[in-house]
Design a protein around this ligand. Sequence first.
Ligand code: SF4
Length: 228
Amino acid sequence: MFVSEIFQSLQGEGRYAGHPSIFVRTSGCNLRCIWCDTPHTSWHAEGEHLTVAEILQQTKAWVQVEHAVLTGGEPLLQRDLPELVTEMRAGGHLITVETAATHFLEGLRPDLFSLSPKLSNSRPGSDHPKARALHDGNLNLDIVPRFLATDCDVQVKFVVETAADLAEILTLVERWRLPRDQVYLMPQCDNGDLLVERGRVVAELCRQEGFNFTGRMQIELWGNERGT
Ligand code: SF4
């Protein structure tokens, strides 16, 4: 498995925000979101190749931490991800897998699939033609229903830049018949000031439409140093 970093922190987003969690961040992604907050796992993927046993050797330092988050990059590009999920669940952890949901792995059964389907606000500009072509070619939202059809819990997070993103979100929520309680909107931002500014817009959309709001604790508290 190509791994960027392994650490322990608090989950910053979504249903388990604030819960102490072990993070295994894989490196490598099939998308190139223009606002990617972990470009060291996508635009310029860096990391080291570790076996599942080597990862478990590191995570066993936090055996008392209940939650574990397998994130990226795009962790579903790692073929041994199901084995890591199985082993960590056997060790007593509750596993969240964070994914953009453009790729599905048979046999992968975490406790929670945290899907983050990318909207058109993620698309690289014409000044990045290769990245744009790769992003457009791989952004296949038709894969999402395969996750919804599993027996795993699911949350769906949409990254919102402006109120104009709402129309796209509503179309997808209707297409996938998502219960609103499973849907989280979170502001696209890379600093605390923008989090507050856009967060107010997103909170109002959530209030109007009955979606969940999620902030981004890793930006609010630590400037994106530690978290999802
Ligand atoms: S899917 Fe995630 S890791 Fe990949 S480019 Fe987009 S934000 Fe970055």
